[in-house]
Write a protein that binds this ligand. Structure first.
Ligand SMILES: [Zn+2]
Length: 346
């Protein structure tokens, strides 16, 4: 869209030059009817070529412009080239919530029953690399080994957080979206966990109620509607893999190795992996502002696909979660001596 927009500007400029030429015509005593006709024609051309004619699809143009100001490794061209679906809901700051589907390749006999992968970046707005790498991977989902799956990609789940100055983990209401999912333990544990385990860390505020935030409700709706067989959520900067769900856990993606962190009231891993029984892989990149080297990005991607391929067959036969809600109870009770887990991450 950016290219088209600039093209539009150039065209307007050229049209303005035509109007100047038209005034020269008028001085040459051309009949009034012809002048009016040409005038109308030129005005119509101006209207057609104005920016308004290239309707900003649900705010996508502004969304991309803002995004690329923050993320240097995502080009405006890349962002504008995505055929995003824009949600009806917008964030508190009026930002668009966008997703893009990549269907399985058509020539595959198995396309109809293709497994569905939901790939999410930027639930935390200050984890820039988690957004950038998802944009990079959007180029790879149609390649061999990945194109057998139906992908839904949400590169930036918390646009208000990213676009705040400075960017924030939480959304515009000060709520950590990854503590706001409507998990069954939320009412019992979320506020207590926040108060006592995190010492009311504002970066981890779960909100006044489960699902109080539009971003959270929208993500939950994506899960309900898309019905993913697997969810991959990208974060930074804890440099590890976390996993919640019913299939064999991944051991290593590139240099990232499994280090299970426990579950938090209202987290996506808790909501998707335990409550909805959908495998949720949390990728914690090593740095929130510096991208992994291209070779490392590829290594993660290949290992992830390998793990998916080897595990999808076992999904139906292993319905039991590997973590139970008891894991929360281990984290929740706190005596006089409060200890904050350094790994209260993602
Ligand atoms: Zn995070």
């Amino acid at each position: 869209m950016q290219v088209i927009f600039y093209g539009g500007l150039r065209a307007i400029s050229e049209t303005e030059a035509s109007i100047t030429a038209f005034h020269s015509f008028r001085n040459a005593r051309i009949p009034a009817a012809v002048i009016r006709f040409v005038q109308c024609l030129l005005l119509a051309l101006v209207a057609l070529q104005s920016p308004a004619a290239h309707a900003d699809r649900g705010g996508i143009d502004a969304w991309c412009a803002d995004l690329t100001r923050h993320l240097h490794s995502v080009s405006a061209k890349t962002c504008h080239a995505q055929d995003f679906v824009v949600a009806d809901e917008h964030t508190a700051q009026g930002n668009a919530l966008v997703s893009r589907d990549f269907g399985p390749r058509n020539d595959s006999a198995a396309a109809e029953g293709a497994k569905r992968i939901l790939l999410i970046g930027g639930i935390h707005g200050d984890e820039f690399t988690s957004v950038s790498i998802v944009f990079h991977w959007m180029d790879w989902v149609r390649q061999r080994d990945a194109s057998q799956y139906h992908w839904r990609v949400i590169p930036l789940a918390n646009p208000d957080g990213l676009k705040a100055k400075p960017s924030t983990r939480f959304n515009a209401n000060g709520v950590d979206i990854n503590r706001n999912f409507q998990t069954p333990d939320w009412d019992r544990d979320a506020q207590n966990y926040w108060s006592r385990r995190t010492r009311q860390d504002p970066r981890r505020y779960p909100g006044k109620a489960a699902g109080s935030e539009v971003e959270t409700r929208w993500l939950e709706a994506q899960i309900d509607e898309f019905k993913p067989d697997m969810i991959i959520s990208v974060h930074a900067p804890y440099n590890l893999l976390d996993y919640d769900g019913p299939v064999s856990q991944p051991i290593r993606f590139g240099r990232l190795s499994l280090n299970r962190l426990g579950v938090y009231p209202g987290s996506l891993g808790n909501y998707g992996g335990l409550f909805k029984q959908i495998p949720v892989v949390t990728i914690e990149l090593p740095n929130a502002t510096v991208m992994p080297a291209p070779r490392e990005q590829l290594a993660m991607w290949k290992d992830m696909l390998k793990w998916m391929n080897s595990n999808f067959d076992t999904l139906a036969s292993r319905p039991q979660p590997e973590k139970s809600a008891d894991a929360i109870a281990v984290l929740a009770p706190v005596g006089g001596k409060t200890e904050i887990k350094e790994t209260d991450a993602n």
